[in-house]
Design a protein around this ligand. Structure first.
Ligand code: IMO
Ligand code: MG
Length: 432
């Protein structure tokens, strides 16, 4: 059928989990292809409420195969915990495949994440401390361990010894008091390996066959485009590529097979961790939205920074990803406001900017130019047709749509799978 990617258009936490859960109902394959358990995808569906960090959101569809692809950094302990929790809630994880090319997050990566953050002292990235950055750094340094290594008991121990020794040297150099114990790691990971063994395989032929037979393949993006290693607000970014192109690369899907890119945007902005957020609300409105929308991290519990919708950065992430459609999430969180603001441009030293500057110092100095729209002061929950929304909410969506120059196919109005307005089918029609 088609390859569809769901990608975050802002700084993560846009509501990708809900969009993916909805699309996964018709997916033959759901693939996680970048990031690790730094992601936290909240899904509320007839099976319950879940915060998934590693298991693809397709796990709720018994007919879809879930794949963790080579581009992911996988912490086995977290994956197993997550699988146990799902099974306890009656969700089968039987159809989960793990690529033997996937990088393994090791205990020393978590220690290094903390040591590197401490070393940055007053300029931390604000990472999730899940070891993701150090794991990708090892991958690029070609000293990472892969799931395939874990399967080979004969060589695993020696590889761990070498890797732990290297990591401990780094911990010393970065002033950390913590050390990793190789024997403990060997022992713990041997146990993990026993359980993971049946799921680990070369997923390349599986993906190639799925592409060849035109299966419905869903690529589950984690993080968001402004956290992308190349294109985001470097250095306040994550260590993987969170764009459509990054997802294709991490999954090993040829760009020619690609059909549709869906960009997920929240009706306002949030950011966890450091870095520019020009529309940030440091006032009562910001506190109000944070509380009402419960904007606290699904992975770390940290309070998220909140701001108005920013069409300057959105224009940038649309151009980078070539989104065919957008999902505009959590509009209901603005239901009670007297008025709602949209940032249409930035002003920098008297100049008007339509795109964010690449230079972070300049980016941080940008002043948002706002357009103020009347609020609708009415609940939008339960609406299933666009025309049933309050007129002011319709105007808000239409204005966002005009600013993005991308059609909004899905409007999110609540956490449940069924809550929201699907204006256009999310999967492309078989003929397109
Ligand atoms: P989902 O998939 C929001 C942020 C961290 C930090 C930066 C680097 O739920 O949208 P890292 O631990 O990745 O090295 O931290 O990236 N970050 C996220 N923010 N949502 C996420 O994932 C994130 N994953 C990482 O807060 O600023
Ligand atoms: Mg999240």
């Amino acid at each position: 059928m088609s390859v569809v990617a769901v990608v975050g258009g802002q700084w993560g936490d846009e509501g990708k989990g809900k969009v993916i859960d909805l699309l996964a109902e018709r997916a033959d394959f759901v693939i996680r292809s970048q990031g690790g358990d730094n992601a936290g995808h909240t899904v509320v569906n007839p099976m319950g409420e879940f915060a998934l960090h590693l298991v693809p959101c397709g796990v709720f569809n018994p007919d879809s195969t879930c794949i963790i692809a080579p581009g992911v950094a996988l912490n086995p302990a977290i994956l197993l915990e997550e699988m146990d929790r799902l099974e306890q809630h009656g969700v089968s994880t039987r159809r989960l495949l793990l690529s033997d090319r996937t990088q393994v997050v090791m205990p020393y990566h978590l220690l290094l994440d903390r040591a590197f953050e401490n070393h940055r002292a007053d300029d931390p990235i604000g990472t999730t401390l899940r070891g993701i950055g150090p794991a990708y750094a090892d991958k690029a340094a070609r000293v990472g361990l892969r799931l395939g290594d874990l399967r080979n008991a004969a060589t695993w121990e020696a590889k761990v010894q070498t890797a732990v020794e290297r990591a401990n040297r780094l911990l010393v150099a970065f002033g950390s008091g913590q050390r990793c114990d190789a024997d403990e790691v060997v022992h713990d990971y041997r146990r993990h390996a026993e359980r993971l063994q049946p799921m680990i395989c070369d997923t390349a032929p599986v993906v190639a066959a799925a592409v060849a037979r035109n299966a419905a393949i869903l690529l589950e993006g984690a993080q968001g485009t402004l956290l992308d290693l190349d294109h985001g607000n470097y250095p306040y970014v994550t260590a993987s590529s969170c764009t459509v192109a990054g997802l294709l690369q991490g999954a090993g899907i040829p760009p020619r097979a690609f059909s549709r890119a869906i960009g997920v945007y929240k009706a306002y902005s949030t950011r966890v961790g450091s870095g520019p957020l020009p529309t940030e609300l440091l006032d009562a409105t910001g506190d109000y939205i944070r509380e009402r929308a419960h904007e606290f991290g699904a992975t770390t519990g940290r309070a998220r920074r909140v701001g108005w919708f920013d069409s300057v950065v959105s224009r940038y992430t649309i151009a980078l990803n070539g989104f065919d459609a957008a999902a505009l999430m959590r509009i209901d969180m603005l239901d009670e406001l007297d008025s709602v603001k949209l940032c249409t441009a930035y002003e920098l030293d008297g100049e008007r900017l339509d795109l964010p500057p690449s230079n972070l110092d300049l980016h941080s100095r940008c002043k948002p130019v706002y357009e103020e729209l009347p609020g609708w002061r009415e609940s939008t929950r339960g609406a299933t047709r666009f025309e049933d929304l309050p007129p002011a909410a319709i105007s808000f969506v239409q204005r966002v749509e005009a600013l993005l120059a991308v059609p909004v196919h899905l409007i999110g109005l609540g956490p449940e799978r069924s809550e929201g307005i699907v204006r256009q089918p999310l999967w492309p029609s078989p003929t397109s």
